[in-house]
Design a protein around this ligand. Structure first.
Ligand SMILES: [Zn+2]
Length: 407
């Protein structure tokens, strides 16, 4: 055995299984038992909580400081990469062993940097450029001239079925692991509204078809019910935000196994601190309604059996005490404190559910899974905020972090 984690109280991604030892070889979990076996590296987790590594399934690794996303258009990518690489360190130190980037041009390079061992960080599943219609959420500002927007925004523009096929192939060619689309307006885009549908059924179907040809899927940003419904009917697999969803759409999501990422963190951040951190004026005006409405959506989703996953939607560092990059466990906290989920449901969302949704062989302490495991000095089933007390991080079978430092 390469690694043994012994005597800890284990949550396996679905529930608490109590005191068992976990053995790892060649990056995989190979045995879970009460037996005491020798391993090259042994971690004594007595009085500690052991669980799968955390997953943030909706982040934007922009490398931007402050709350104006417009800056992403005008700041040099080389500089943003440097900042984002620091974010990746913070995330891994905090126990995040996987993040899914839901749209950011530099994320593909960051992903390669991590997988080649050039920089420390969680495994990255990346969308690269998201797909947006003209006058869509992916433009951020609708006042800058269109040519500027097309050249500088983080999105790939498409209008019409042919154009959507072309855009899909382009982003997949760039190396995207999945395709991210904008199916409604949003909060941080200037002149559209969260309830406005964007892209048609035919356009989204064409994008889904291109993704499925290479065994991947489409993630859709959707606030309003109408646009969300069109996206679900067209075959998307993960629905992002979903703040204004109605019952019928939630039931359809359950039927079609579409997951929900409520992204409570970004809403809390903009609501509480938006002005302070410089969020563009239009964002401040639109936040209240979606932040109020999403609480009920989370409760209904849980009731109907829609799979809920964790994603902060953080796309900039804030310098704030409460919500910032590296404190992405805040989503699990908010799912309990605002969404009314049990602590176990919330932990399941950030591990087993998220791994299932984004298609990685992790998120569970089961034989055969990738050994992404964290050791916590506390008990998040008692107090979800104990997720902030991660002491050790095992990523891909390797003990990577000990007491807040990289090994
Ligand atoms: Zn997002």
């Amino acid at each position: 055995m390469d690694l043994g984690i012994k005597n800890g109280n284990v949550f396996n991604g679905k529930g608490v299984v109590g005191k068992v030892n976990i053995y790892v070889k060649d990056g995989k979990i190979v045995e879970i038992s009460k037996e005491n076996k020798q391993a090259k590296i042994e971690i004594d987790a007595k009085d500690m909580f052991v669980m799968p590594g955390l997953i943030d399934a909706h982040i934007h690794l922009t490398g931007i400081k402050g709350g104006s996303l417009l800056k992403t258009m005008f700041e040099k990518p080389e500089y943003r990469v440097l900042r984002a690489s620091k974010w990746l360190e913070k995330l891994l130190l905090a126990g995040f062993t996987t993040v899914r980037d839901c749209g950011e041009t530099i994320s593909l390079a960051l992903k390669r940097g991590v997988s080649e061992g050039i920089i420390n960080g969680p495994r990255i599943i990346a969308a690269g450029k998201p797909i947006s219609q003209t006058f869509g959420h992916g433009e951020l500002s609708h006042d800058v001239p269109l040519e500027f927007s097309m050249a500088l925004s983080f999105s790939e523009f498409c209008d019409g079925v042919e154009s959507c096929i072309r855009a899909s192939r382009k982003v997949l060619r760039d190396g995207a692991d999945f395709i991210k689309i904008f199916a409604t307006g949003g909060v941080l885009s200037q002149r559209d509204r969260p309830e406005h549908p964007q892209l048609s059924y035919e356009e989204i179907s064409a994008i889904v078809n291109e993704a499925e040809k290479i065994n991947t899927y489409v993630a859709a940003h959707a606030h309003g019910d109408k646009g969300a419904r069109i996206a679900v009917e067209a075959g998307i697999k993960t629905l992002e935000h979903g703040t204004l969803l109605r019952d019928e759409t939630l039931k359809l999501m359950r039927e079609r196994n579409v997951t929900l990422t409520p992204t409570l963190t970004i809403q809390e951040l903009i609501y509480k601190y938006g002005k302070q951190i410089g969020v563009d004026e239009w964002g401040l005006q639109k936040i209240n309604e979606v932040r109020e409405s999403v609480v009920n959506v989370v409760k209904k989703a849980e009731e109907y059996g829609v799979m809920i996953i964790t994603g902060t939607d953080l796309g900039f560092e804030t310098g704030l005490e409460e919500i910032d990059i590296g404190k992405n466990w805040m989503e699990s906290v908010l799912l309990v404190e605002r969404g009314g989920l049990s602590t176990i449901s919330s932990l399941r969302a950030s591990t087993y559910n998220s791994a299932f949704a984004i298609g990685i062989n992790a998120g569970a302490i089961e034989v055969g899974k990738d050994a992404d495991i964290i050791v916590i000095d506390g008990d998040p089933t008692e107090n979800i905020r104990d997720l902030s007390k991660v002491r050790r991080v095992v990523k891909n079978g390797k003990l990577t972090v000990e007491d807040g430092k990289f090994l």
